[in-house]
Write a protein of this length. Structure first.
Length: 609
């Protein structure tokens, strides 16, 4: 009894020390802010950085996926054929839903509704057993409606931020519902071959874009409407048509007054890019539709809006790529140089931009003060596969997940001054996320002074160049001699010094070495015997010298060029004549070449005059 009571006290004190330490680190940088909580999806279940739910059995076991609502108020996760929902941060369980084939889950912006996508399966007669997209009212604990959704791509329904409207794409139509009543379609937009749409994340004055790809030589187009005034095509607030676009990704600003359209063609017909062709357009509710031009050719790697909705960043171009900041008029505000980058992310406060390279680029990032347009810090983060800003905007979460990389799984938390704050390693990590918090993003002054932190326990890979075993001269067993930098090729390397310890060979290698030495000795003896059998009077025939060697150049470039060509042919003829006198049988064309010697000598004499 007393042991159990002591364990509870120790756990509580440990938790308080962790929270106090996080606040202390933030205080030393001039801003009192809680770093936040990190949730890590591992082989054993969900792990929380603040240990609040460490002993909850509902979070342990085989968890397939988890997600938070945008406001961080609710958490949902798939486990053992059930979808569980809990309140955050109390972690009080709201309920469970039986979905044995559940694959994906997502919340509405405020967490009032939960959508679940089950794997689409058919019976033997090729009919769907039951609808596989279910939308639930979390507070009312009831199913609102189940839909048929065959494709897993873009399966998520779209809600407005105030959760008044739900919309989804259905076979050349986009259906709009009241979010709390999905039995009746309130509005419908019919567009032949409509491929995608995007509902603005606004609380009032909702807007929507529709994308239709090009068909039979006609251009693709995007129309922007005010909801629900989209029945007549002439009522579009803005529109843009273009060729070479198979997909369009829409990025709305926070105010829902403008959006960026990233178009992508699967194939670049010019052959300049393996990854297809991309274009970026700016469109707003005032009717402007502008194509953004870049100062460097190549693909668009990443784009990101600032929270103010008045500026945006783009990383583009062939490597080393460029990073540029644009304003609402699509004019260049600032350039951030070139480098190995493919990612840009602005923190929730809007005063720091992360520009870095991840994925197939050596992971490294830079922090930039947006207002002052200067670099705050930079560092390397090896093996990083995902990264996210903390809700407060002062910390960065980098992680290495099993789906992308099978080694060094775990996560790290960095201060924006590139100082490590937390580190966690695990054999298999499937996902890492901050718990969202809309209230945490508060203004703070950007400082270039490094924050206090910890040293990483992860082993750093050696940056020395690789030396093949056959080229390693070992003065001491177990130590390699570095390659001389002045040598360009391995074949140019000097042989190991005499005082070096010979390389240890295996039995098979030693046996092969002895065989090679014996064969070499045998060949040398046979060659010596053949030399003894030759007649003492036999001598090698001298090489016949070409008479063209005595002809000098004239100094005239054209004449000297002809002289050199003739001399080259005469030298070849002299070589053939030597072979003929030694008894070698020549081919017909070789004999014809010898017959031209007299004519070549005449031409050479004429040129030498």
């Amino acid at each position: 009894m007393y042991k159990h009571f002591i364990k509870i006290i120790v756990a509580e004190l440990t938790s308080r020390i962790k929270i106090k330490r996080r606040k202390q680190m933030s205080t030393e940088t001039g801003n009192v802010v809680d770093m936040g909580t990190v949730v890590c999806h591992t082989l054993e279940g969900l792990k929380f950085s603040d240990d609040k739910a460490a002993d909850d059995e509902d979070f342990k076991g085989t968890v397939k996926a988890f997600t938070f609502s945008e406001n961080g108020a609710k958490l949902a996760w798939i486990k053992s054929g059930q979808v569980n929902v809990a309140e955050a941060p109390s972690w009080e369980k709201i309920g469970s839903l039986k979905h044995p084939r559940a694959q994906e889950i997502c919340f509405s912006p405020q967490g009032s509704y939960l959508a679940i996508w089950d794997s689409y399966t058919k019976t033997a007669d090729q009919t769907q057993v039951q609808p596989n997209l279910s939308v639930y009212d979390v507070g009312g604990k009831k199913l609102l409606k189940a839909f048929y959704q065959q494709s897993q791509m873009n399966w998520q329904p779209q809600w407005t931020s105030d959760e008044t409207i739900l919309a989804r794409n259905v076979n050349n139509e986009v259906h709009f519902y009241k979010a709390d009543d999905l039995q009746t379609i309130v509005e419908k937009k019919i567009l032949p071959k409509v491929r995608s749409f995007s509902l603005s994340p606004s609380t009032d004055n909702h807007h929507v874009t529709f994308f239709v790809p090009g068909i039979k030589g006609k251009p693709a187009f995007v129309h922007l409407y005010r909801y629900p005034d989209f029945q007549d095509n002439t009522s579009a607030l803005a529109s843009k048509s273009f060729f070479k676009a198979d997909t369009v990704t829409t990025y709305w600003n926070k105010l829902s007054t403008a959006c960026l359209l990233l178009t992508a063609a699967d194939m670049d017909k010019t052959g300049s890019s393996y990854y297809g062709e991309q274009m970026l357009f700016y469109m707003n509710t005032q009717g402007d539709a502008i194509r953004i031009t870049f100062s460097k050719p190549g693909n668009i790697h990443s784009i990101c809006w600032c929270p103010s909705g008045q500026e945006f960043f783009a990383v583009y171009g062939t490597m080393p790529s460029k990073a540029t900041m644009f304003n609402a008029k699509c004019d260049v505000v600032a350039e951030f140089g070139e480098g190995a980058r493919n990612t840009v992310m602005v923190n929730p406060v809007g005063n720091i931009a992360l520009i870095g390279g991840f994925g197939n680029i050596a992971p490294r990032y830079e922090m930039w003060d947006i207002k002052m347009k200067k670099k705050v810090s930079e560092t390397e983060c090896p093996d990083t596969t995902h990264c996210n800003w903390s809700p407060c905007g002062q910390y960065l979460l980098t992680s290495t997940c099993y789906a992308r990389l099978k080694v060094n799984n775990g996560y790290k938390v960095w201060h924006y001054s590139a100082v490590l704050q937390q580190e966690y390693s695990h054999q298999e990590v499937y996902g890492v996320s901050w718990i969202p918090s809309l209230e945490a993003a508060k203004p703070f002054a950007v400082s270039t002074k490094p924050a206090p932190g910890i040293a990483s326990s992860t082993a750093v890979a050696s940056k020395e160049r690789y030396i093949p075993p056959s080229q390693r001269g070992q003065k001491t067993v177990g130590y390699a001699t570095p390659i001389e930098k002045v040598k360009k090729f391995l074949s140019e390397l000097d042989s190991p010094a005499k005082d070096e310890v010979p390389q240890q060979l295996s039995k098979a290698a030693l046996k092969n070495k002895k065989k090679r030495e014996a064969a070499k000795k045998k060949r040398e003896e046979e060659g010596k015997e053949e030399g003894d059998k030759k007649s003492p009077g036999s001598v090698e025939l001298p090489v016949i010298a070409s008479p063209a060697q005595s002809v000098e150049l004239t100094g005239n470039p054209e004449t000297d060029k002809k002289i050199r060509n003739i001399k080259k042919k005469l030298n070849a003829i002299a070589k053939l004549k030597g072979e003929l006198e030694s008894g070698k049988t020549l081919e017909k064309d070789q004999l014809e070449k010898i017959a031209t010697e007299e004519k070549l000598m005449t031409d050479l004499a004429d040129l030498a005059i």
